[in-house]
Design a protein around this ligand. Structure first.
Ligand SMILES: [Zn+2]
Length: 316
């Protein structure tokens, strides 16, 4: 008999990745499609089902886990996701449940990353930690006592929208000064555009129009002083915010996830320094900054699948 698998799906504004994962985190089938090619959510569900059926994989699936922007665990809906084409409230979990006739769980992508970290990643030894996803925005998944915190309405952990600078940068949420406008890949690019005053010691010419966060980290690594300043500024914004966040749930660690976190240990070290400098005395030198170990291992799909495996473990 073939091994049982969970279908993990990561729905993003640009791409949707999905794959079959066993309980140990091995992925036996994985692929990615362009989300924008599907005018409706139903079309996407139909496509995934047809693809898996064509590969004769449907019989081994025991459940479906979905990570999606603005995903609500309680209702299984995606609600007003600004980066998706499908507007309003989408009953995504229900659509998969009906098509596959299987239990389906859905949450937002940062929460899925946190559970993935606890089940398969760098937080397997932790029961109190917070995952911070640094991508287009900043997401957070809060684990307390081994449980993900959903809040009364399913949206807990929107830490990217804590306002860190009064009347600061305009955020996609419509307000100003949110953490994610500084500490995210988009934030890094905004910083270099906004703070553009290349250090005199730098001889580089920046292609400001097309520069990416990845470029900024590469430049910093090769000794570019202005790029280093930008990264320091980003680490400071994040480190200060994490010092404040510690007051809320006293985590043992923050696990950083996403391209910025994976750029090398220097960023995490710098975040840790700023966090400690701003930390309340009772928490000083107690909180670790870890880097996700899932990044190269199809983290989003694993995270989504881990929703189902984690739930099964609870009821085993
Ligand atoms: Zn915001």
């Amino acid at each position: 008999m073939r091994k049982k698998s969970v279908l993990g799906i990561d729905i993003g504004g640009t791409n949707t990745a999905y794959g079959l994962c066993d309980e140990e985190g091995n992925i036996c089938y994985e692929t990615s499609i362009s989300t924008r090619e599907f005018p409706t959510a139903e079309d996407l569900v139909e496509y995934i089902y047809t693809d898996l059926a064509a590969h004769n994989l449907i019989p081994e699936i025991i459940g479906v886990g979905i990570g999606a922007p603005n995903g609500n665990f309680h209702s299984g809906t995606i609600e007003y996701a600004p980066n998706l084409m499908w507007k309003g409230i989408i009953p995504m979990a229900q659509l998969f449940e009906r098509k596959f006739d299987l239990p389906t769980l859905l949450t937002n992508d940062a929460n899925a990353a946190a559970i993935g970290e606890m089940v398969y990643g760098n937080a397997r030894d932790l029961t109190h930690f917070v995952t911070i996803t640094l991508g287009t925005g900043l997401g957070s998944g809060i684990i307390i006592d081994g449980k993900l915190i959903y809040g009364h309405d399913g949206f807990a952990g929107e830490y990217g929208h804590i306002r860190v600078i009064a009347d600061g940068r305009k955020c996609g949420c419509g307000r100003y000064g949110c953490l994610e406008t500084y500490a995210s890949a988009t934030g890094v690019v905004r910083s270099i555009k906004e703070l553009e005053s290349p250090n005199k010691a730098s001889s580089r010419v920046y292609d400001i129009k097309n520069i990416t966060a990845h470029d900024v980290f590469d430049l910093a690594r090769t000794g570019d002083l202005f790029a280093q300043e930008i990264i320091d500024f980003t680490a400071e914004a994040l480190g200060k915010a994490l010092a404040d966040f510690t007051c809320f749930s006293s985590p043992k660690a923050f696990v950083l996830f996403g391209g910025i976190a994976q750029s090398g240990p220097e960023f995490a070290v710098s975040v840790k320094e700023y966090m400690e400098k701003n930390m309340l005395i009772i928490f000083q030198n107690k909180v670790e900054i870890r880097i996700s170990s899932l990044h190269d291992k199809n983290a989003a799909v694993l995270g989504a699948a881990s929703l189902v495996w984690n739930e099964r473990k609870k009821h085993a």
